[in-house]
Each structure stands twice: as structure tokens, then as C-alpha cells.
Ligand binder design. Sequence first.
Ligand code: 2P0
Length: 333
Amino acid sequence: MTAREAVETLLAGRPRTPAVPFAESYAPANIALAKYWGKRDEALNLPTASSLSISLGDLGSHVRLAPAPEGAPTDTITLNGAPLSPDTPFARRASAYFDLFRPSPSFRFDLQARNTIPTAAGFASSASGFAALAKAADALFGWNLPRQSLSILARLGSGSAARSLADGFVEWHAGERSDGMDSFATPLPDRWPALRIGACVLSSAEKPVGSRDGMRRSVRTCPFYSSWPDLVARDIATLHDAIAARDIALLGATAESNCLAMHSLMMATRPPILYFLPETLTAIRAVWAARADGLPVWFTMDAGPNLKLLFESSSESSVRALFPTATIVSPFA
Ligand code: 2P0
């Protein structure tokens, strides 16, 4: 099935022309505690395994979506106040996403996107961006899609966007169907106000390998990739226990181990994918040394060299002293 066919299925019987002059929406960024690394269907961004994340509250993407004036030759796209040329990677990706539900081939969209994620904080904005776009399209066309369908629509833009439609903890169910209609995310009811995430930027250099290419390569060549779905399922079960008990040691240890398992998959991929820099190892050793000294802090990492610290508010001043430049987020504020 193509992404366009999946959208046809989702929108069956719903209006195909704008219902209002414009729509605005917001979605938060998210950090996975049990990671998404590998697809069973690349066209539909269907994962080989479920994943579990925490949304980042008011760090995310605001979008305003409207029809562009009649006769506009291309979609018009503005990011953080700056008009983008149609051949920039962001504009190409947004226009390809609009193709999934464009009312006619000559219809053009006007998109204004603004990220509240500090660029220097090292959080990805594609998840919040596509989740906000899915919500804005829903409002512009008056689809009134249920939350699960919105998660599917966001997933077709970027896999991790499926998880950015809700606040708090969110689980993206891998699903089994080939059309992906059972692969969507649902929020967990639990709140954990004392939980903190610290973003430590160690390098802002361009990644050596993008997630999409890296995942494809790992699925095809990592000799122990087949063990990944079971490992993630076990980690998600443990994370549920940790969240229910507000057990930071169990949450931190599980997230840290899951992230290192993902990076092991990456390293054993051929050719290898290595996001670690010397600064990454230094920071990891600093976290481990602080923990050995009694500070309850753990880390996770995504497809890059930067650390995200996991701790509770009672450790915030010690974590700040250890990592003075970290951006600290309160996901339940
Ligand atoms: C995650 N990452 O679970 C994992 C951890 C990177 C490492 O989701 O191709 O940008 O758009 O589905 O969602 C990055 O992957 O990839 C990602 P696509 P996406 O957060």
C-alpha cells in the first residue's frame, strides 16, 4: 500500500476541500525511552517494534496552514519567520506530505511553522512538525479524525510524529496489519510532575547517517537485528512498571540500557553507524561517575552524539552543576 492509499482509507467519506480559511495547531517534541529503530514498511513508516516516549510540553512546533493564493506556482513555506525556497529539504518534505491530501494537482498550501525548541537544545523537530501538520490539516479540512487516525496521519510524515499527538507518556503500538491501520500511538494516563529531562548538546555537526537510511541498513545487515523487537517489548513492559511506581531508578536504567542496545545495533550494522563522539563518551562517564557517587541520573541518546539526562526535580541543582549548559525540561509542567 502507498502512503496516498493509506490516506484515502483514513479520509473515506470526509471532505476534501478546506472548510475554514486557515487552521493553527501545536504539537510537542518527544524523546523515546524505548526506541524506534527499524521499519517493516518504509512507505508507511511502519515500525518493526513498538516504542514509548515522553512528550516535551511546550517545546514543540506551532503551525498555521492555509490554501495559498490561487495561481501560486508552489507551496509557500515559512520556517521560524524565514521564507523557504521550495528546494530546501524541509520544504520538499512538507510538499511531499501535502501531496498525500492535496485537493487537486494545482492546489497549493501556505504553511507557516515555528519551533519553540531551542535549536541549540538538540531535540529533533520532525516529530512535532508532522504531528502539528496532521492536526492543522484535520482542522483546515474539517475532517474531525479520531486521535488514532491523526496519529496514523502524522506517522505517514515521520514515524516518531505518531507519538507527538499527546502530552506525557505515549506508546506507539507497532501493529501487525500491512495497511498500518493498527499502528498508532496512545497516551498513558500517568503523570509524573517531578520528572525532568536535561538536553546536553555536545556537538551540532551534521549527522553522518540520517535515521531513515540508518534504519534500513540496520534491518538488512545487523547480525542481531532479529533480537530487537523482543528486547523492546520487554523494556516497554518494564517502563510501564517504572512509570506506575514513579521509580526513577527503574525508568532511568531501562531507558539507558535500551538506548545502548539501539546504539549496539547501529555499530554492528554494515557499514557501521557510529554517532558517538569523544565528547559523548566523556559525558557518559561523567553520568556514571555521578551515579556511583549517589546522584540518581541516567541518560538516553537518539540518532546523534548528544545526551538527554533523566532525573527528578530533587536532583536538578546537582545535575545543573554537573552539566551547566544543559537545557532542562519539565514535561508535566
Ligand atoms: C526514536 N529515532 O524513537 C528514534 C530513536 C531516532 C533514534 O524516531 O524515517 O525521524 O521519519 O520514520 O521518526 C528518528 O526517526 O524517522 C527516530 P522516519 P524518524 O525517537
